[in-house]
Design a protein around this ligand. Structure first.
Ligand code: PLP
Length: 286
């Protein structure tokens, strides 16, 4: 029996109700965030909350966010997840409930705040070790994907294209540039150098992306933050996606062609190990 948070209450998921006039339902007028907990301890929570506040600001949604850390903590408790190796809390804030007009409600309404928690299981080491496959898809998203809005239809269609193609990930390409995945950021390795797209309006500022760049620099791996031409990926030695529920996921084939030698490479492995070490230290109180 899952317990979710809705507008101040903790209720059984099957009992939670949102109005058909909710602007999230009508316009995708809202933002969301996904924060991981390792061993019941939230990881990089301040960065996730910070991104959420920037999203609310960008959408001009005036929400009281003062109690959100407690909501996260309590959802783990209510759902018996405090000892779970990995769990996530999803939270969504919409502009609220009002008769449908495009402009904001003339009289402000309280935002709708909904959150749930669930366990997360990473792929087993054999699956990870074999590597994953991706396809490229045209990026048809709007020009502010740096804001983590709930308007995810192009991402949904991209991920479904990957599923239809029998692969794991979809890589958005625009004007010949490899941007990011449908729900994760993208890195390529050329020789000894790690490369990822800069933080602009065309990629989400992934929390895992930022951490992986820090871990690379700490390990002495050179990092270049610059656009990657998709045609240059034929010369890449390694590639991987990053994200809260992706962690570090090696891509060994793109559009049916091997990346490098078609096996998980040493830089990807090192960065995944560094991430695991960091989250395990965090889980044990470090
Ligand atoms: N890019 C997109 C489009 C995403 O949806 C996500 C996560 O949902 C990411 C990147 C990775 O962000 P994070 O590492 O903060 O999970």
């Amino acid at each position: 029996m899952a317990i979710v948070y809705l507008n101040g209450d903790y209720v059984e998921a099957s009992q939670a109700r949102v109005s058909v006039d909710d602007r999230g339902f009508l316009f995708a007028d809202g933002i969301y965030e996904v924060t991981p907990a390792y061993g019941g301890r939230f990881f990089l929570m301040d960065r996730h909350i910070d991104r959420m506040l920037r999203g609310l600001c960008a959408l001009r949604i005036d929400a009281d966010t003062s109690g959100l850390t407690e909501v996260h903590e309590r959802l783990l408790v209510e759902n018996g997840l405090t000892s779970e190796p990995i769990s996530i809390v999803y939270i969504q804030i919409t502009r609220g409930v009002a008769p449908r007009t495009h402009a904001f409600p003339a009289t402000p309404v309280p935002p709708t705040v909904y959150a749930y928690a669930k366990a997360f299981h990473r792929p087993d080491p054999a699956r990870w070790g074999a590597g994953f496959e991706a396809i490229t898809v045209p990026d048809r998203r709007w020009a502010r994907v740096d804001v983590k809005t709930i308007a995810l239809l192009p991402n949904v269609l991209a991920q479904q294209a990957a599923v239809d193609a029998g692969v794991d990930d979809a890589l958005f390409v625009r004007d010949g540039i490899a941007l990011e995945g449908a729900h994760n950021n993208f890195f390529a390795v050329f020789g000894e150098t790690l490369v990822t797209h800069p933080l602009t309006n065309v990629v989400l500022p992934g929390i895992t992306r930022g951490l992986v760049i820090e871990l690379a620099r700490e390990s002495g791996i050179a990092v270049e933050v610059r656009p990657i031409q998709v045609e240059d990926l034929v010369r890449a030695d390694e590639a991987f996606f990053t994200g809260t529920t992706t962690e570090v996921r090696p891509t060994v084939r793109l559009d049916g062609r091997d990346i490098g030698d078609g096996r998980v490479g040493p830089v990807t492995r090192r960065l995944f190990d560094a991430l695991l070490e960091r989250v395990e230290r965090h889980a044990s109180g470090g």
